[in-house]
Design a protein around this ligand. Structure first.
Ligand code: F0G
Length: 445
């Protein structure tokens, strides 16, 4: 019999296990090597709890900061990863040989005057998660989920996706050598994401239906066929995605910003941000909790509607938006996202597709670029500055969740930088005179 020890969120777990899994609805606890992605008793969402790391406060900050030294450039991938740098609070029980890492994370924090002035705040930072290996933030959750899949000996992995999760799953499953199955809504996934998913070798099924139909089927299939489900309702995905927040806090010298904004669809990331902030505060990594701003597309905004009535009821809608990554009407991580907004005194807002694309034009046009859904995080800041909820002098970090090339059609359609180009191919002489005309035009000067 092992002695019980205290975990981060207080309950006692056996000393020979570094983590346990607990159902947020009925409280059932499971071994951390469970193959279940949801509670076997009530179907509720599971959360992972870790044994408290040996240190807190300045000593824990120093442990994480020391790993940014020479080790960040040499040695095994896990040592160079912006996820596994925080392994004591991501998955402390994972052995080096279990870890499936590209590596990932270590994404830049940037400032651009044009975006700050568009948003209406002077101190705006862009955390660009499109700089991950498969070009979206999903890689941070996927390295944890595929590591877990390897730990439990999963025979196959599956997800439903609007495209980024499937691309990331395909990449990490290929590395782990585990067959991957993805369900995507027919006709609504951008070309870049489909190309990645197929090229990395996943088995892709296009379903007649939307994302919510795909997720329902993925849950049923994983239940019936014993395939390990790695959508963001899988609690280990959440553990990896927490590191977006941990890394940006570290990049800011552990000084909390006032706000962190992000686009919200299935609400896995909102939930992960809330858990990261709760733990960072409990462990003394930060002394002030930033407020989370979750931004939804107006045509897919059940969570924003819920926020407006203090989450009195859980809502679902039939989703429609050109920001296809967040075209989700029945978000799976609703309850834990509500907790994240409440804990951080956060806010939820919806913005129209026109507002999303206006933000995208500015982000693209200053040479940074992002996919449409990602631009919602900046559009949401602008909307809340106009309403007076965010002060013009407050520090805001907006998370850009995916790369511009994820959706080349949207980028071409918006012609963000105002680049005009010639629409047809020109001869050498025509090209020269075209250049002459453009150079001479007042627009160029
Ligand atoms: N931004 C991008 C680029 C996304 O791909 C997603 C979700 C989100 C934001 C929203 O995050 O769902 O955790 O609230 N994409 C999922 C997918 C649904 O299948 O790729 P969320």
């Amino acid at each position: 019999m092992s002695m019980p020890v205290e975990t981060l969120s207080s309950p006692m777990i056996a000393a020979d296990r570094l983590s346990i899994v607990r159902c947020a609805s009925c409280g059932e606890t499971l071994d951390d090597l469970t193959a279940r992605a949801t509670c076997p008793s009530c179907g509720g969402l599971l959360a992972v709890e870790h044994t408290a790391p040996g240190h807190t406060g300045a000593r824990l900050r120093a442990l994480f900061d020391d790993r940014l030294g020479p080790a960040a450039y040499r040695g095994p991938a896990a040592g160079r990863s912006g996820v596994w740098r925080f392994r004591e609070i991501v998955l402390p029980g994972a052995r080096d040989e279990d870890i499936v890492s590209h590596p990932e994370g270590n994404t830049p924090l940037m400032t651009r005057d044009a975006v700050a002035s568009f948003a209406g705040v002077s101190d705006l930072w862009l955390k660009h998660e499109g700089h991950n290996p498969s070009a979206s933030f999903k890689d941070r959750g996927m390295t944890a989920a595929l590591t877990q899949a390897r730990r439990i000996g999963a025979l196959a992995v599956a997800c439903a996706s609007t495209g980024n999760t499937s691309a990331s799953l395909a990449a990490y499953a290929a590395q782990a050598g585990i067959p991957a199955f993805v369900l995507v809504p027919e006709g609504r996934v951008s070309a870049g994401k489909l190309a990645q998913t197929l090229a990395y070798g996943a088995h892709m099924i296009r379903l007649r239906g939307d994302f919510d139909d795909c997720l329902e089927l993925a849950r049923e299939a994983s239940e019936k066929l014993g395939i390990y489900l790695v959508n963001s309702l899988n609690p280990f995905r959440v553990e990896g995605q927490k590191t977006i927040v941990l890394e940006l806090l570290q990049q800011l010298g552990w000084e909390s910003p006032d706000w962190i904004s992000l686009p919200a669809g299935n609400l896995g990331n909102t939930a992960a941000f809330g858990k990261a902030l709760r733990e960072a505060h409990a462990l003394g990594l930060i002394d002030r909790v930033p407020r989370i701003l979750s931004v939804q597309a107006a045509g897919a905004a059940p969570f924003a509607a819920g926020f407006a009535d203090d989450f009195a009821t859980r809502r679902r809608v039939r989703a429609e938006t050109a920001a296809t990554a967040i075209r989700i009407g029945d978000p799976a991580s609703w309850d834990r996202a509500v907790e994240a907004i409440r804990f951080t005194n956060g806010h939820v807002v919806s913005v129209s597709d026109a507002e999303i694309f206006a933000a995208k034009r500015v982000i693209d046009g200053c040479g940074v670029g992002c996919e449409p859904a990602s631009a919602a995080s900046v559009a949401g800041v602008r909307a809340l500055v106009e309403k007076g909820v965010i002060g013009r002098g407050e520090r805001v970090v907006s998370v850009l969740t995916g790369h511009l090339l994820k959706d080349p059609d949207a980028a071409l359609a918006t012609r963000a930088g105002g680049g005009l180009g010639s629409d047809t191919a020109l001869s050498r002489d025509e090209a020269l005179s075209h250049l002459g005309r453009v150079i001479a035009s007042p627009q160029t000067k």
